[in-house]
Design a protein around this ligand. Structure first.
Ligand code: FES
Length: 183
C-alpha cells in the first residue's frame, strides 16, 4: 500500500518512515520506531496513525493498538507543547515531588492530568523515571530534569514558560541544557 495514499504525512516524515522500514528484514519489526516517529511529528498517536503503521508493517491495527497501549511513553490524545511529567514514586515523593507539582499546578492554572487552554503545557504524574538519587525528577518532553525541589519549582515553571519561545513540540530541546536542572 502506498504511504501517501493512506496518510497525509509531511514528506520529511514519509522519507524517515521509508528509511526506518528499510532497516528491518521483517516490516513488523519497524512497529516501535514508526510509532515513535508518528508521535514525534503529531504529538500523539491517533486511530489514523495506528491504521497507517499497521498498513506499513503489514500487521493489523489491533496489534499496533496493543503496542501503543502497552507502553506508557505512547499517547493517544494530544498533549501540550511542553509535556511535563513529574515522578511521584517513593524517592521523589519523599523529596517533595507532590509539593513541586502543587506549585506547577498553581503557576500554570491547571491540575495534573490537564492541559492549559492555549495548548502549551500538560501536567502529569508518572512513575519512576530512573534517576531516583536526584529527585524530585521531572521529564519535560524528552529531557530529564533533576532536583526540582519544591523551593525551586516556581523558578522551574518560569524556565518552562520561557522555553516555549523556542519552538513547537518535539522540534527543539524543551529546556536549556543547564547544569542547574541536571544534577
Ligand atoms: S523515584 Fe523518581 S526517578 Fe525513581
Amino acid at each position: 500500500m502506498d504511504l501517501e495514499a493512506i496518510h497525509s504525512a509531511p514528506p520529511e516524515m514519509l522519507a524517515q518512515a521509508r528509511a526506518i522500514i528499510a532497516r528491518y528484514p521483517q516490516k513488523r519489526s519497524a512497529t516501535l520506531p514508526l510509532l515513535h516517529l508518528v508521535q514525534e511529528h503529531h504529538g500523539f498517536i491517533s486511530d489514523a496513525d495506528i491504521a497507517w503503521v499497521a498498513a506499513e508493517t503489514e500487521t493489523n491495527p489491533i496489534e499496533v493498538l496493543g503496542v501503543v497501549t502497552f507502553y506508557p511513553m505512547f499517547r493517544t490524545c494530544p498533549v501540550g507543547k511542553r509535556h511535563v511529567r513529574v515522578c511521584r514514586t517513593l524517592s521523589c515523593a519523599l523529596r517533595g515531588a507532590c509539593h513541586t507539582m502543587e506549585t506547577l499546578e498553581k503557576t500554570f492554572g491547571i491540575q495534573h492530568g490537564e492541559t492549559t487552554p492555549d495548548g502549551d503545557i500538560t501536567l502529569e504524574y508518572v512513575e519512576c523515571l530512573a534517576a531516583c538519587a536526584s529527585g524530585p525528577v521531572i521529564q519535560v518532553n524528552h529531557a530529564l530534569h533533576e532536583k526540582v525541589t519544591p523551593d525551586r519549582a516556581k523558578e522551574f515553571a518560569e524556565t518552562i514558560r520561557l522555553s516555549l519561545q523556542e519552538g513547537g513540540y518535539g522540534k527543539s530541546p524543551c529546556l536549556p541544557n543547564s547544569p542547574e536542572w541536571n544534577g
